[in-house]
Design a protein. Sequence first.
Length: 212
Amino acid sequence: MAQRKDKSQAMREKILNTATQLFIQKGSEKTSMQDIAQTAGISKGAIYHHFKSKDEIVLAVIRSRQELMEEEMKQWLKATENLTGREQLQAILKSNLESQTARAIDGIVDVYEQDAGFILTMMRDNLRIGAPLVSDIIKKGMADGSIQTQYPDQTAEVFLLLVNFWMNETVFESDPEKLPERFHFLQFMMTSVGMDIFNDELMQLFSQRNKA
């Protein structure tokens, strides 16, 4: 019985891992159940045994990616704990922009960009998971003098919403040529509240993410 359960879980993970890679490469909209089956080397029937629809796979991938993002964040925090608050935020933002896990989530969001309920859920989850962590780093920066702001909790929330959603053309479509203007406004806005963390390297990473 236990062996059968292990095989079932292994198959489920194989399907999710395959779907994740295809979402990164093609986006979820252009990935069919047949694509997932063919790439995984299994039948469509095997997929439907574990998932009723592609939407169910999408939601399962999002949940698993969010869990991985939480684990990655813990690793980034540990690796950068000796930096100042400002340097730590820069390093973590850089890691996030380069993360394959984050790219997988972007590859899913593309097909749900018109679904307000879905985007709202993503925003809430993002703040629930990320805001307390970012706020703690901001408070660390306030203590070491590298960040000057009177509102660490609110600054963390605005920072996450702007970086993960407003700067993401999958969610807020914009002329690619205007991306630098958006970035410089973000840079100006964050500096005005005491978080001068954006630089040319981060600008380049934002540009690469939106071209991917």
